[in-house]
Ligand binder design. Structure first.
Ligand code: LFR
Length: 472
């Protein structure tokens, strides 16, 4: 069949992008049309989304995408989880908070005073993360004033279509979905003082949310796995029944794809989550702090130097130093907020903040610490699910980081298959393409993954071995 085109809006931590996705029998390709900053902005009351600037960039990006490719048939939007905008009369009540804002700690105490974590996790199936939406709501006095609360991708969809919905994979990260039914747990919301009326109707990936205005082509906005991690997992070319995955960007989401959630004491104690995946699959995973540790360190050094740092060069020199004697816990809670990362990590390893000459070693410690946490989480996931993990697929920006991929393979004792780097955007595009009928509407995720593996053959890192390209 002919090659068809869709637009993917992906709002990530290092940047937001608008891409054109092209899909045909032998084609799966992305063209980046616009890239813009999407970091948290600090206001008087804490860290926020720069939502007005973002909306402007998305509009400009979509207009440019349609100019370059007038045949674009639909739009899909994804972003990170948990953050939301409160709407009243079609207007935002406030600039959305960013989840790395410290106010959420208050919400945690307030929620757990009403319902202890153990009971909460039995209802929503989630791991403990201090920024899960329900904790944010508990710290947000404006929730009660809202008519509707929409997660960020759904907010962009609402701006484009006028229709407020809750895409189900992302809704699963609010903590307010019942893990058994996949429906809103209105009783839980009300018990926490969150009016159930602010929770919009749920839609599934593949459903049409509405239509864009004429200036953006009057085309359908199609729900995708609007949680970026859900889209990324769609595009993991899982190669064995026991394969684990790591979706590695700012975070490293380490886990397994399951048919049913695991809601047990052991899973809760290991802080594993059951988030909603595309096609009703379960994303059984644990959040490991990922490249945030490195990017925030590099940001601090760049401020110190007043000049940009060459990351590939830094990583090459990090690979050349002898392996570090001391690692730190990548998941240490004190590393979550923006700020002086080198100082905080140095404190954890009992060292001084590195001078320039010490930077390669410091970067090496960060990478090895992330790899160790990745390997540990993959092993734990397998143990909890009764699977012997025999390969780890690492997708997202981290797949570019050879040092990290190799260190993860070494720590885990199984091969790491790296790529695609653009898993999130590909998952977004593939779910739209399937909805358009490109593969027959009953194509399974496995069918989509065959196409991913063909177009983007992963790179294999064998434990303590050398890097070889995987045959197509
Ligand atoms: C990754 C991600 C994670 C989520 C975190 C916060 O980008 O979406 O899945 O736990 O960001 O939303």
């Amino acid at each position: 069949g002919a090659v068809r085109a869709v637009a993917a809006v992906d709002l990530g931590a290092t940047s937001g992008r608008v891409m054109i996705g092209r899909v045909g029998d032998d084609t799966l390709a992305l063209e980046e049309v616009a890239r813009f900053p999407n970091g948290p902005v600090e206001r008087a009351d804490g860290w926020h989304w720069d939502i007005d600037a973002l909306w402007g960039h998305v509009r400009a990006g979509l207009a440019e995408a349609l100019r370059r490719e007038p045949a674009i048939e639909s739009v899909g939007i994804d972003s990170w989880a948990v953050d939301y905008g409160l709407l009243r009369g079609g207007e935002l009540l406030a600039e959305p908070f960013h989840y790395r804002d410290a106010r959420t700690a208050r919400g945690v105490d307030a929620v757990h005073a009403v319902i202890p974590f153990e009971e909460l996790s039995r209802r929503n199936g989630l791991q403990f993360l201090p920024f899960t939406t329900l904790y944010q709501y508990a710290a947000d006095p404006r929730v009660g004033e809202a008519e509707v609360s929409v997660l960020i991708p759904d907010l962009i969809a609402e701006r484009l279509t006028g229709r407020a919905v809750a895409e189900r994979t992302n809704a699963s990260t609010t903590g307010l979905l019942d893990v058994r039914t996949g429906e809103w747990d209105s009783a839980l919301a009300e018990a926490l003082g969150i009016p159930a009326s602010v929770l919009p109707p749920l839609v599934d990936p593949g459903e049409t949310i509405g239509e864009t205005p004429a200036e953006f082509g009057a085309i359908p906005v199609v729900a995708v796995g609007s949680h970026d991690t859900a889209s990324a997992i769609v595009a993991v070319p899982l190669s064995t029944p026991n394969a684990a995955y790591i979706s590695c960007g700012t975070w490293g989401l380490v886990g397994l794809e399951l048919a049913e959630p695991i809601v047990t004491d052991a899973a809760r104690q290991a802080n594993f989550t059951n988030e909603g995946g595309v096609d009703g699959r379960v994303r059984f995973l644990h959040n490991v702090t990922g490249l945030w540790l490195l990017s925030e360190t590099v940001r601090a050094w760049e401020e110190e130097d007043g000049a940009p740092i060459d990351l590939p060069l830094l990583l090459a020199s990090a690979g050349a130093v002898s392996p570090p004697a001391r690692l730190f816990d990548a998941n240490a809670p004190e590393l979550a907020a923006p700020g002086d990362m080198p100082g905080r990590i140095a404190a954890l390893i009992g060292a001084d903040r590195p001078g320039r000459a010490g930077r390669p070693m410091f970067a090496r410690i960060i990478v090895e610490s992330i790899a160790a946490a990745f390997a540990r989480a993959a092993r734990t996931a397998g143990g909890l699910a009764g699977r012997e993990v025999d390969v780890i697929h690492l997708v997202g920006g981290g797949a570019r980081n050879a040092l990290l991929c190799q260190a993860t393979a070494d720590c885990a004792g199984v091969s790491v298959l790296a790529g695609p780097v653009e898993a999130t955007a590909l998952g977004n595009v593939l779910v739209q393409a399937r909805a358009l009928g490109c593969f027959g509407t009953d194509a399974s995720l496995e069918d989509l993954r065959v196409r991913v593996a063909r177009a983007f053959p992963p790179v294999r890192y064998t434990p303590r071995g050398s890097v070889v390209a995987e045959p197509a």
